[in-house]
Design a protein around this ligand. Structure first.
Ligand code: FCB
Length: 497
């Protein structure tokens, strides 16, 4: 791995650690790099009062007919019921039960108890008027050890969920892998082992055949980049490694898994559409120097083109391959025919947008905008416009769905029991407006899923960060629609802002 990359990654790891510490002590707006950001108050959750007038004026921004407004969740983050009905263990069970890994020692054992309360949650979705619901299927519920005969009770749960969605007129969108790799596969090498991609294709085939009649849209792998970076470079996600050389081999195998699942869907005869779910980060130079421009280009390669080019152009970006070097495990791990599998034609691209990245001449990343409670998230709605238009410009008019966008807020019920998350309303409104502008400029965007429907287990942050439209009181598991949920219902009703 090149010096530039090594420095950049080390720097980011340090930044991330610093920021995590800062966030814990309530200094989330501080910046390690000294650039910009005053406090979270400006763009985060405590927006100035003039930006939160109620009711929101009608701005006359209408989305195309049939635009599908939705919300998203993932299995480990909401389901709970970790040991029920034959579910096996995933890497996230192991990781969250390892002391010191998760804030406050939280685990997903119970989470939002959605496994038992799904019917109530379906009613909430109906109340909101959702047209689409994006959720994930837990691989260890379907195959406890990651291979072999499926667990019928696991499949039955998702059939009940799907039936409930259909009864309520909500279109399901199912993610096959949202990070909960069966622990047994991790014990056999996890995503460093090429065989895991083959096991994933088998699991996908089982799910397609069992549930394919009920699912119009499938997403393969959720945010492969997060597994690569958080799971294998920085180590604060499962499986918790810090091994850059392994990380990019993992990237290749996740891409391969994606392509094999696309092929499995086509071979199954099931008619649903399928695509990848990528978290894309628009990368901008931090200043006007030629060095920043060069460093930004490479950064964009690692953040975006590594995944987009391989899927849509059938080749990994040369600058990234050069940077990794011929002796890297990834470059040595790519076999003839792999890129053909990875670039199997897809029906749509799922984009997850949270934050821009600013890159300095020596490859560091710095902050220019206020952050939310999540220290890695700079609030920059324009980035939504930039990434959507860029994807359409560079990769053609593949239909796009936004499958995640949102922010955490310090939501606390008021004396009247209401949760006044005005900052979330502002955030979503500005990002919806940016998406609307992108549609006007030719982006074939067909749906938008807010992250998240419910407060949930936010990985290394445990339950401390609340990302939901719906508040969850974990002690009683009571759900309360936040102000943003009421506002979102109006957006859906009028199909716009
Ligand atoms: C994304 C994840 C999702 C959630 C949000 C906040 O990276 O896909 O599960 O944690 O971030």
């Amino acid at each position: 791995m090149s010096l530039l990359t090594r420095r950049r990654l080390l720097r980011r790891a340090a930044l991330s650690a610093t920021a995590a510490g800062a966030a814990r002590t309530g200094l989330a707006g501080a910046t390690a790099a000294g650039i910009a950001t005053s406090t979270v108050a400006l763009g985060g959750c405590d927006s100035p009062p003039e930006r939160t007038t109620d009711p929101e004026p009608d701005r006359g921004l209408r989305f195309p007919d049939g635009f599908a407004w939705g919300a998203a969740t993932s299995a480990y983050q909401i389901e709970g019921a970790a040991k029920e009905d034959g579910r096996g263990e995933s890497v996230w069970d192991t990781f969250s039960h390892t002391p010191g890994r998760i804030r406050n020692g939280d685990t997903g054992d119970v989470a939002a108890d959605h496994y038992h309360r799904y019917a109530q949650d379906l009613d909430l979705m109906r109340e909101l008027g959702l047209r689409s619901y994006r959720f994930s299927i837990s691989w260890p519920r379907i195959q406890a050890d990651g291979s072999g005969r499926p667990n019928q009770r696991g499949l039955d749960f998702y059939r009940r969920l799907l039936d409930g969605l259909h009864e309520r007129g909500i279109a399901p969108m199912a993610t096959l892998f949202h990070w909960d790799l069966p622990q047994a596969l991790q014990d056999a090498g996890g995503w460093e082992n090429r065989d895991t991609a083959e096991r994933f294709a088998e699991y996908a085939d089982v799910v397609f055949r069992a549930l394919g009649d009920r699912v119009p849209v499938w997403l393969t792998v959720n945010e492969p980049k997060t597994v690569v970076q958080n799971g294998y470079i920085w180590g604060h996600h499962a499986p918790g490694f810090q091994d850059e050389d392994a990380a990019y081999l993992v990237a290749h195998h996740l891409q391969l898994a994606h392509g094999l699942a696309v092929q499995a869907l086509r071979a199954s005869g099931v008619t649903g559409r399928i695509g990848p779910a990528l978290n894309l980060h628009p990368c901008y130079p931090a200043d006007d120097s030629a060095e920043s421009a060069t460093a930004t280009r490479l950064h964009d390669g690692y953040e975006n083109r590594l995944y987009l080019d391989s899927i849509f152009k059938g080749a990994y970006p040369q600058d990234v391959l050069d940077d990794l070097g011929p002796d890297s495990r990834m470059v040595r791990g790519v076999r003839d025919g792999d890129l053909k599998i990875i670039s199997s034609p897809v029906d749509l691209l799922a984009v997850q947008y949270y934050t821009p990245i600013y890159v300095t001449g020596d490859g560091d990343t710095v902050r220019k905008w206020p952050t939310s409670e999540a220290e890695w998230q700079q609030i920059y709605p324009e980035g939504m416009y930039d990434i959507l238009t860029r994807v359409t410009r560079d990769y053609g008019r593949v239909p796009i769905t936004i499958t995640e966008n949102g922010l955490p807020c310090p939501d606390v019920p008021g004396a009247d029991g209401n949760i006044d998350d005005a900052g979330r309303v502002t955030f979503l409104r500005d990002h919806f407006a940016a998406a609307h502008r992108a549609i006007g400029d030719g982006v074939p965007l067909e749906s938008y899923h807010v992250w998240s429907l419910l407060d949930n287990f936010e990985w290394a942050e445990g339950y401390e960060q609340r990302w939901g439209l719906v508040y969850v009181d974990y002690a009683s598991q009571r759900r309360v629609l936040k102000r943003s949920a009421h506002w979102y219902r109006d957006v859906i009703r009028r199909n716009g802002l």
